[in-house]
Design a protein around this ligand. Structure first.
Ligand code: NAD
Length: 494
């Protein structure tokens, strides 16, 4: 059985006795086992990261930038290998895997501009003969914990900025599809990153807690489901650590009566069912405003009938399987319960036949959904699109703002005024105007509001530079000896 090792201090480490199975979601067969890190392995990874820190933070910015330029080149060259690895363990189609690498590359490109990003500020003559400047220094060893649904992109979101800022990292990827993180770490090494700057350990709850609790870990970046994001946030905060914990989502797409309904239906189908709905920015609620609902539901249903579902390695597939049998059964359970809650199941994904033991389920479309139904209230994280019918724009805004999540949202309209009002009114971190999955480009930052993010910094982009650095302000004076005097008053700059 292929074993997936840790990557510590520039080496693959495979000494653990505890392992977890890694499945091929397209066949349901175990394809590998991943070694799990206990507290001793975590301590070893943190030790390596701590030991590498002084030299790495002293490394010149131009040398660091060189590594990111080489990394960009190598990731582009190895994109297909990385995509195949993602598809093998996650199940998403190859195109989609390549897309996640492309989005991850944006954050590498952003990090390559570190010489500009790490510039501080300077104020001359703040008092007579006194200058003040502010520098950004690394926080130290950063623990990064990532979810299964983007096994390369989310690690790149965190690791690129953390390392660019002069920190060293212990990354704990999802145990369900851990290989991409190990390959990424090896590609970073190939690009010239010194041993110990980026370490990867595998594991589950116990491993994450050992990282959070370790005295030498200064900050935690987490992405995953809301209950775990919240518990990670609390635990890290209890230890006095800097923490950002991004959680789950329930993303609404509001379709105004004036929207182009064909374009809206295309966008809804793409954003709801791409990657089998296992994206934190997937559209899971379609909000039909006014009297367009029947037409819109008809157009979405019509498009669903031609979707091709199959193994991610098959170039004809547009959607692959879910990550595990449990995930597939959980999704099926929501669809099964919807009619009993008063909703109308227009397309039932459980009825799609599959000639495979993989974790496949067809796509579902559920109409007449309302808050209070489980299918609306919970994050399903699968290929299920709910339709909520509302009378007016104001009702649509009330619905979205009352939702516990606030990751992404979109409005489809041809009216600039409604779009502008929506942007102003809506309580969600990332907003699309005629864009269904408004993931910000790498030079902006990514983050939700409400239960989609615990902490105050968004990920990658400018907010990541803020998160991964500590500000130090230096006040400087070079007086002549003759100016020296004793003065017990509080220094005034006047
Ligand atoms: P998850 O919460 O189950 O796991 C996330 C990470 O936490 C994994 O590395 C996992 O091993 C670890 N973990 C699991 N249980 C833990 C525990 N009890 N204590 C500490 N760590 C634990 O999430 P997932 O199923 O891997 O990913 C899907 C979820 O992630 C969805 O809810 C999705 O919306 C969310 N997500 C959010 C974003 C975002 O940017 N907001 C991005 C991607 C995914």
């Amino acid at each position: 059985m292929n074993r997936i090792p840790h990557y510590i201090d520039g080496k693959r480490i495979d000494a653990a006795s505890a392992t977890a199975p890694v499945f091929d979601p397209a066949t349901g067969l175990q394809q590998a086992e991943v070694v799990l890190a206990g507290p001793a392995d975590v301590a070893e990874a943190v030790r390596a990261a701590r030991a590498a820190l002084p030299e790495w933070r002293a490394t010149s910015l131009s040398r660091r930038a060189d590594i990111f330029f080489r990394l960009r080149h190598l990731l582009t060259e190895r994109r297909d290998d990385l995509a195949r690895l993602i598809t093998a363990e996650h199940g998403k189609v190859l195109d989609d895997a390549a897309g996640e690498i492309a989005r991850g590359l944006e954050t590498v490109e952003f990090a390559a501009g570190l010489i500009h990003l790490l510039k501080g500020e300077f104020a001359e003559q703040i008092s007579r003969g006194v200058d003040v400047h502010q520098v950004k220094q690394p926080v130290g060893v950063v623990g990064c914990v990532t979810p299964f649904n983007f096994p390369a992109m989310v690690p790149l979101w965190m690791v690129s900025s953390a390392i660019a800022c002069g920190n060293t990292v212990v990354l704990k990827p999802s145990e369900k599809d851990p290989s991409a993180a190990v390959l990424l770490a090896e590609i970073f090494s190939e690009a010239g990153l010194p041993a110990g700057v980026l370490n990867v350990v595998h594991g589950e709850k116990e491993t994450v807690e050992a990282i959070i609790d370790h005295d030498d870990v200064a900050a935690i970046s987490f992405v995953g489901s809301t209950p775990i994001a919240e518990s990670v946030y609390r635990r890290a905060a209890d230890h006095g650590k800097r923490v950002q914990a991004l959680g789950g989502a329930k993303n609404h797409m509001v379709v105004m009566p004036d929207a182009d309904l064909d374009a809206a239906a295309d966008a809804a189908v793409s954003a709801a069912y791409g990657s089998a709905g296992e994206r934190c920015m997937a559209v899971s609620v379609l909000v039909a405003v006014g009297d367009i609902a029947d037409q819109l539901v008809g157009k979405v249903a019509q498009r669903i009938s031609s979707l091709r579902i199959g193994a991610g390695t098959d170039p004809d597939s547009e959607m692959g399987p879910l990550i595990t049998a449990q995930a597939r059964d959980r999704v099926a359970g929501y669809v099964a319960g919807a009619a009993g809650e008063g909703a109308t199941v227009v397309v039932d994904g459980r009825e799609t036949p599959f000639d495979s033991d993989g974790y496949f389920i067809g796509v579902s479309l559920i109409d007449h959904v309302r808050p209070g139904m489980k299918v609306y209230d919970d994050e399903i994280f699968g290929p299920v699109l709910s339709v909520v019918r509302v009378d007016s724009y104001a009702d649509a805004v009330r619905l979205v703002n009352a939702n516990q999540y606030g990751n992404g949202v979109a409005i489809f309209t041809r009216d600039g005024k409604s779009a502008r009002e929506f942007e102003f009114d809506i309580e969600v971190g990332m907003v699309g105007v005629n864009v269904p999955i408004p993931v910000p480009v790498g030079s902006f930052s990514f983050g939700g509001w409400k239960k989609s993010l615990f902490g105050d910094s968004h990920m990658y982009g400018p907010e990541s530079i803020h998160f991964y650095t500590r500000s130090k302000v230096v006040t400087t004076r070079w007086p002549d000896a003759s100016e020296s005097q004793i003065n017990l008053g509080f220094p005034s700059n006047r």
